[in-house]
Design a protein around this ligand. Structure first.
Ligand SMILES: NC(=O)c1ccc[n+]([C@@H]2O[C@H](COP(=O)([O-])OP(=O)(O)OC[C@H]3O[C@@H](n4cnc5c(N)ncnc54)[C@H](O)[C@@H]3O)[C@@H](O)[C@H]2O)c1
Length: 297
């Protein structure tokens, strides 16, 4: 399958990164969002991130200009996907919303276009069932920050056609990424393994076995993780961690995935990590230096 025109839905954290790497690699990209200001912010972020690549010697000014020429924004879904060879959906993580978007994509995108989702936890098989082309639906799970992280977790839905998987594997390689193919079960592989580790770190804190700094330091220095699990949870967003744990808990029906009551409390209290200024750490002075939140001192 020949992929040239790519539509990316959702101009948030992931959507702008995904549009960035496709545009930088010569694809014709349309970035779509319901919010025009979000689209304008995304263009600004992409330009700033490319400047950072230039400063580090990873991109030239000319390549940046070329990449930005490949990129347009649109708030009209029907118009923006009508010539797409591939759509990558990276809208808000909400099942009802994604099912609706895929029904619309099925109607508006060319009948042979591949429809991919960047979802972290929603069943690809269920998303595919919202369309009349389940064979052409696949998971293309990029990691944050997209221009930097090498992995693309490719998720085969129950009905995904092998040629679609092969196309997405070679497309990912053409972006300089490393694809890994997994099957469609709750949390796929990345989150099925990561989230229980984060949850165990939160349970250990809740049980008083160790403090925030000790838990993160042990995992950083002892296991060579670049970031401790509590810091990583703050980075991902505690609400996102809770929602993925609930998907694992319900999907496998296994109590080992039950979210820590401390995590549930923190989400109810609005302490969601970096995005709200406080989680296990306090971010009022930025996120360069780690300051443990008063609650956990
Ligand atoms: N943030 C991460 O670290 C991360 C990592 C991997 C995967 N993901 C997944 O990527 C997806 C996007 O996550 P995010 O963190 O970028 O979210 P985000 O909240 O930063 O951005 C979501 C964007 O979707 C837009 N949107 C909502 N409804 C829409 C619609 N109907 N049409 C078009 N746009 C719409 C919103 O306006 C917003 O700009 C989710 O499925 C998430 O699970 C996130």
């Amino acid at each position: 399958m020949n992929i040239k025109h790519i539509s990316v839905i959702g101009a948030g954290t992931m959507g702008n990164g995904i549009a960035h790497v496709f545009a930088q690699n010569g694809f014709i990209v349309t970035l779509i969002d319901v919010s025009l200001s979000q689209l304008e912010n995304a263009l600004h972020t992409i330009s700033k991130n490319m400047d950072r690549q230039i400063a580090k010697g990873g991109l030239t000014e000319e390549a940046k200009l070329e990449a930005l020429k490949n990129l347009t924004i649109n708030t009209n879904l029907a118009e923006a996907v009508k010539n797409a060879d591939l759509v990558v959906e990276a809208a808000t993580e909400n099942e009802a919303l994604k099912l609706k978007i895929f029904q619309q994509l099925d109607e508006y995108a060319p009948s042979d276009a591949i429809l991919a989702s960047n979802t972290s936890s929603i069943s690809i098989t269920k998303i595919a069932s919202a369309t009349k082309r389940p064979k052409l639906v696949i998971g293309m799970h990029f990691m944050n920050p997209v221009p930097i992280m090498k992995l693309v977790e490719i998720i085969n839905g129950y009905t995904t056609d092998q040629t679609v998987t092969e196309t997405i594997i070679s497309l990912s390689k053409s972006l300089g990424k490393i694809p890994c193919v997994v099957n469609d079960y709750p949390g796929f592989i990345a989150n099925k393994i990561l989230m229980p580790m984060i949850n165990e770190a939160i349970c250990s804190l809740h049980e008083g076995i160790a403090g925030v700094e000790s838990i993160d330091t042990i995992m950083k220095l002892g296991m060579a993780h670049p970031m401790g699990p509590l810091q990583l949870a703050d980075f991902i967003g505690l609400d996102v961690c809770l929602s993925i744990l609930n998907v694992l808990y319900q999907g496998f029906g296994n109590p080992k995935y039950a979210p820590s009551p401390l995590l549930v409390n923190m989400v109810m209290a609005g302490k969601l990590g970096i995005k709200t200024g406080e989680g296990f750490y306090l971010y009022t002075a930025g996120n360069k230096e780690l300051v443990v939140a008063n609650r956990f001192k």
